[in-house]
Design a binder for this molecule. Structure first.
Ligand code: MN
Length: 444
């Protein structure tokens, strides 16, 4: 990763000749509770972004005025080599990460005292306390740095976009393999195994998040992760999964009929979600606000539900009464990058919209070239939302009670693509089949 480019980008936000130092703490190895079971290592995203170091127990200091990058490597003893393999020689670390100065991590205080910064910028209170414990003379700022890095991470460089394209390329393959092998009678974990196999076969070892492999009513559980039920004939099967390439996430969702053919209700509702996705993608272009896209998708969903007789009444009145959120209770999409729900969705001063559904939207800002987003509309039959609505006179007048009750065990449908915003629209990284005809063709 060209972390030097990222550091340059960060420096450009500080004024020329500005004094101060940036302190960054890399991730430590994490263990399962009180045991020696090590979780797979995943670097903290900001540290990875600014240093390129993807191993445990490093620290970094960047002198803002000189631009010098000090890297602090953990001291490893012979025991470490016995259990974890060879200890990297200093020259190798220098070659890999190209710091201006490489130190042992016990030199942190000395180096900081040498730089003698007027202020040390760090990311959180814990780091601030650590620095203040090193020396009571240090003045620490926990606000500025996080805003600055977030600003940088929102707009991806060409190299970052290439990493995202690679994560998406493999994700396209893995999703297609799951789609081809899906059969009633399989268990959700079998589809997960197929998905994981095809990611790992291509060298992607780190899931970007806990994947959802959900059949039947489980497909209406937004963060379902048990993945242990049988997939039955007539079920919908929803897969929301992706892995990272060099830290950069891919996050696709598809919903298929387990038997390979959509039933009448399934096809009708699927087509509404697909329309919402396709029309949103057409509308994605620089200058558009994510909340506008979200509300436009809600209108498409209400139109569709009205057409098939699930809701009734004036669309604008239903919009005002948040009827969309009974079927589409989450946000339309989010930023994507080193984190699956990537940073920067809410610039300073922008608050969440206090309104059902859209309150969960993770991005509220204008889209710009170089941003990467997901678009993921859905329609769900969630008894915990619909049952109270059927009892609520303000809501039930817009609902076709009989039809809604009939579909309470329908499950849910979500379709999610990943987009890069370009100068005049977007580049879609997802090419897993999504049209009904295509899906039935592949599965048949
Ligand atoms: Mn997503």
């Amino acid at each position: 990763m060209s972390s030097n480019v990222h550091r340059e980008k960060l420096f450009s936000l500080f004024e020329e000749n500005q004094e101060g130092a940036i302190y960054l703490k890399g991730a430590e190895t994490m263990y399962r509770y009180g045991t020696d079971y090590e979780f797979p290592f995943r670097q903290e995203s900001n540290f990875w972004y600014l240093t390129g170091v993807n191993e445990a127990d490093y620290h970094a200091v960047i002198d803002i005025k000189s631009g010098e990058f000090h890297l602090f490597a953990p001291k490893r003893d012979a025991q470490y080599a016995v259990w974890h393999g060879r200890i990297k020689p200093k020259d190798e670390i220098r070659e890999l990460y190209q710091p201006d100065h490489l130190h042992d991590d016990n030199k942190l205080l000395t180096v900081l005292k040498n730089i003698s910064p007027s202020v040390i910028y760090c990311l959180d209170e814990e780091q601030a306390e650590f620095l203040e414990a090193l020396s009571r003379d240090f003045k620490v700022d926990t606000e500025t740095l996080s805003d600055a890095i977030t600003y940088c991470r929102c707009i991806k460089t060409a190299q970052e976009l290439d990493f995202m394209r690679e994560a998406a390329r493999v994700n396209n393959l893995a999703h297609l393999e799951v789609m081809k092998s899906l059969k009633p009678g399989m268990y959700e974990y079998e589809t997960k195994a197929i998905f994981d196999y095809h990611q790992q076969k291509h060298g992607l070892l780190q899931p970007a998040y806990t994947g959802i492999h959900a059949a039947g009513v489980n497909s209406a559980i937004l963060h379902y992760t048990e993945n242990n039920q049988r997939i039955n004939k007539g079920d919908l099967y929803l897969i929301d999964a992706g892995y990272e390439f060099k830290g950069y996430a891919s996050d696709f969702t598809r919903t298929y009929p387990a038997s390979g053919r959509f039933s009448g209700d399934q096809a009708a509702i699927y087509q509404i979600v697909l329309n919402a996705l396709n029309k949103t993608i057409e509308a994605v272009t620089p200058g558009v606000k994510m909340e506008e896209l979200h509300l436009a998708a809600c209108r498409i969903i209400l139109h569709g539900l009205k057409e098939i007789g699930l809701v009734k009444g004036d669309i604008e009145e239903m919009m005002k009464n948040n009827i969309f959120a009974l079927f589409f209770p989450h946000g339309l999409g989010h930023f994507l990058g080193l984190d699956t729900h990537d940073v920067g969705g809410y610039p300073k001063g922008v608050e969440r919209i206090d309104r059902p559904g859209i309150q969960y939207l993770r991005v509220r800002r204008e889209l710009m070239p170089g941003m990467a987003i997901t678009v993921e509309p859905g329609i769900y039959f969630i008894p915990a939302l619909l049952k109270p609505a059927l009892e609520d006179p303000e809501k039930v007048r817009y609902l076709n009670t009989e039809k809604v009750e009939k579909l309470l065990d329908f499950g849910g449908i979500r379709i999610e693509d990943n987009l890069i915003i370009t100068e005049n629209g977007s580049e879609n990284l997802t090419n897993v089949p999504k049209e009904i005809r295509e899906i039935e063709e592949v599965m048949g």
